[in-house]
Ligand binder design. Structure first.
Ligand code: MEV
Length: 315
């Protein structure tokens, strides 16, 4: 029997990095997915094939011996196998470019958790899938806030904080997002570690930035709920980018992309960890095409995306 699931990628609209320190973030799921198919096998092996590589190993190895970016999938398969005499074959098929802040790894953990659990149980709740996915993500990124896996599980637009979890945002705002990719891959863990160093070096600055970000997110939640005008929302995007500059997760390429996005649309900022990866520009029908054209004229890969309201899907 095959068990198959898929989960969407994500964009962090506001609050990345600060969410690791308890500030609320605002995220949405996007219409690009990772699908995972799992199947029990008779050889006692866990084998994983994906577009970022493959691995094959016996179950019950110490995780420290698994030197592969596919470790989260190995972890979940091994945990579910327990003492049963079975192997698992896992195949990952992703539409989300890896390592660029669009949630490829979180979507893979969520879809993988659901597909693997599905081999052992007839029914599972989204909460159960999410818990396993977050544990799995922690095997490669111990300090994760859990925000990415949460939005990949439930879809839509949501606010999230580490203590209270998520809240669905019934947004009245009508906006388009243009995502531009720097094509610079980076590890979320190392960018997050850099921010931690800044916090340790200059606690007062970091705490002031956290309060500003928190106030900004509250204002944005208000704007989204009342469906207020998009240029005001764009100004908040621009302000959030200043905070990301201040914590050192930008670079020349990202600054150039943000400059183009801010000139052509209502506002643009890094999304996700930064250090490379993607930015998004906030647009509507009046400036969407112009924004896409300008990124392309400047040789940046970009696409316009819509929000995924489905979240985790199991077949
Ligand atoms: C990465 O997509 C988002 C960060 O805030 C890390 C996290 O929330 O775990 C940088």
């Amino acid at each position: 029997m095959k068990s198959k699931s898929s989960a969407p990628g994500k964009i962090i609209l506001f609050g990345e990095h600060f969410v690791v320190y308890g500030v609320k973030a605002i995220l949405c799921a996007i219409n690009k997915r990772v699908s995972v198919t799992a199947e029990k096998t008779q050889d006692a092996k866990i084998s994983i094939t994906s577009n970022i590589g493959s691995m094959i190993s016996e179950p019950h190895k110490p995780l420290s011996e698994i030197a592969s970016p596919l470790k989260p999938l190995y972890y979940m398969a091994d945990k579910m196998i327990k003492d049963q005499n079975t192997g698992i074959n896992i195949v990952v098929d992703s539409e989300i470019p890896p390592g660029v802040g669009l949630g490829s790894s979180s979507a893979c953990c969520v879809a993988g958790a659901a597909a693997i659990i599905g081999l052992f149980k007839r029914e599972s709740s989204r909460e159960e899938v999410l818990n396993l996915a977050i544990q799995a993500e922690k095997t490669i990124f111990a300090n994760t806030s859990g925000a990415d896996c949460t939005v990949c599980t439930y879809g839509g637009i949501m606010s999230y904080d580490k203590i209270n979890g998520f809240e669905v945002i019934a947004s009245k705002s009508n906006f388009n997002l243009v995502v531009a990719n720097s094509n610079l891959e980076r590890s979320t863990e190392s960018v997050v570690a850099g921010v931690k160093q800044l916090k340790e070096r200059d606690g007062a600055l970091f705490s002031a930035l956290c309060s500003d970000e928190s106030k900004l997110v509250d204002d944005v939640l208000q704007l989204l709920k009342t469906g207020s005008n998009i240029s005001e929302l764009g100004q908040k995007v621009v302000r959030n980018q200043r905070h990301l500059e201040a914590i050192g997760v930008s670079n020349d390429t990202l600054r150039d992309m943000v400059k183009i996005g801010q000139r052509e649309s209502f506002g643009a900022k890094i999304t996700g960890a930064g250090g490379g990866g993607c930015i998004f520009a906030l647009a509507d029908s009046s400036n969407l095409q112009r924004t896409v054209d300008k990124f392309r004229e400047n040789n940046y890969i970009c696409f316009s995306t819509s929000i995924d309201f489905k979240g985790l899907d199991t077949f």
